[in-house]
Design a protein around this ligand. Structure first.
Ligand code: NAX
Length: 326
């Protein structure tokens, strides 16, 4: 391991950035003794806010934090990056079609993919957060092809995963730490498939521990799928603290490894062998990680209902991919 790891964060002047950066600087993401330096990217009009964020990071006096560079130039932000977290995306405006949003973001993520390929560490691990996250990650992987292997590029579904864990814990009346092996399949969107059929609570199957199949086959799905919209309704802003925590969990487990016997959900590039998902999609699967590599968990039992929902989320991802022109 390197003495200092360089972490690039885009959209760093935004909401998630404000919650995320202190967690990274505190050592929650890469370990309690790993020194880090930050490269913060945002668009030009946001540089003043970004300067304020930088001042606050300095004022926190984090022992592990080295240089903090702020910039509006991707070449500077991604230079030598060991980890890149991409939150910066064009927001959906009222009246804007999903397709227009996709195309606007396609431009951002293909440019940033090309630049990451040119200037980041060849070992750089990339996490795409900005929506539509799965397809943005696929666009980025296409643009970085030949420089950064597609298996070093992932998208965030850990927030959905953590939301599912929280609901299982509530239903079972158990602490969240006793819950593992929930799965989010597919797209980070309303078609995502939260699946508790493999989940365990204190070593016992979750369905048994919670003893409420009607809930897991019914309300649970919508609760997890629509949780972001619920937070938005209440707060008037989209999820930020929980998104930041999920980002930290995702990168932590990817680089430092998942706990023995457990798996987590990450959107990764699909191969031809996994769960009848067509190859070449950024699809959320159950994965186990060790030292910066992930492996899709084999042999998970997929119920007919989950299979049907997986096909719908696959269809959405295929449509997004074709709209992006890949
Ligand atoms: P904010 O709007 O608060 O911040 C986004 C920031 O990105 C802004 O400061 C903006 O200036 C910047 N930005 C825009 N274009 C950029 C570019 N080309 N280069 C660099 N920076 C750029 O949004 P926030 O709440 O922080 O959310 C960030 C993104 O995460 C959004 O796309 C959001 O939809 C997405 N989310 C994804 C989640 C996931 O699970 N995958 C969950 C949380 C979040 O909703």
């Amino acid at each position: 391991t390197k003495e200092v790891l360089r972490v690039a964060v885009t959209g760093a002047a935004g909401q998630i950035g404000y919650s995320l950066l202190p967690l990274i600087a505190r050592g929650n993401m890469l370990g309690a003794t790993q020194r880090v330096e930050l490269r913060l990217l945002d668009i030009e009009p946001a540089q003043k806010v970004l300067e304020g964020v930088r001042f606050e990071l300095q004022d926190c006096a984090f022992p592990l934090l080295g240089d903090v560079v702020i910039t509006h130039e991707p070449q500077v932000a991604f230079d030598g990056a060991d980890v890149a977290i991409l939150c910066g995306a064009f927001p959906r405006k009222p009246g804007m079609e999903r397709k227009d949003l996709l195309l606007t973001n396609a431009k951002i993520f293909s440019e940033q993919g090309r630049i990451i390929g040119d200037v980041a560490s060849p070992h750089c691990r990339v996490l795409v957060v900005g929506n539509p996250a799965n397809t943005n990650a696929l666009i980025l992987a296409t643009a970085a092809k030949g420089k950064i292997p597609a298996d070093q590029i992932t998208a965030l579904t850990r927030l959905d995963h953590n939301r599912a864990i929280a609901q299982v814990a509530l239903k079972a009346g158990a602490p969240v730490a006793s819950v593992s092996n929930v799965i989010i399949w597919g797209n980070h969107s309303g078609t995502q498939v939260p699946d508790v059929n493999s989940a365990v609570v204190n070593g016992q199957p979750a369905r048994q521990a919670a003893n409420d199949d009607a809930f897991f086959d019914g309300d649970f799905l919508g609760l997890v799928q629509q949780r972001g919209a619920e937070v938005m309704k209440l707060r008037g802003l989209s999820s930020a603290a929980s998104a930041a925590k999920a980002i930290v969990d995702h990168v932590h487990d990817w680089i430092l490894g998942t706990a023995p016997g457990t798996f987590v959900s990450m959107a990764v590039i699909s191969d031809i062998n996994s769960y009848k998902v067509p190859a070449g999609l950024m699809y959320s699967f159950p994965v186990q990680c060790s030292a910066g590599t992930w492996t899709i968990v084999d042999g998970v039992t997929v119920s007919p209902k989950v299979q049907e929902l997986m096909e719908a989320t696959t269809a959405e991802l295929l449509e997004e991919r074709s709209q992006a022109g890949i």
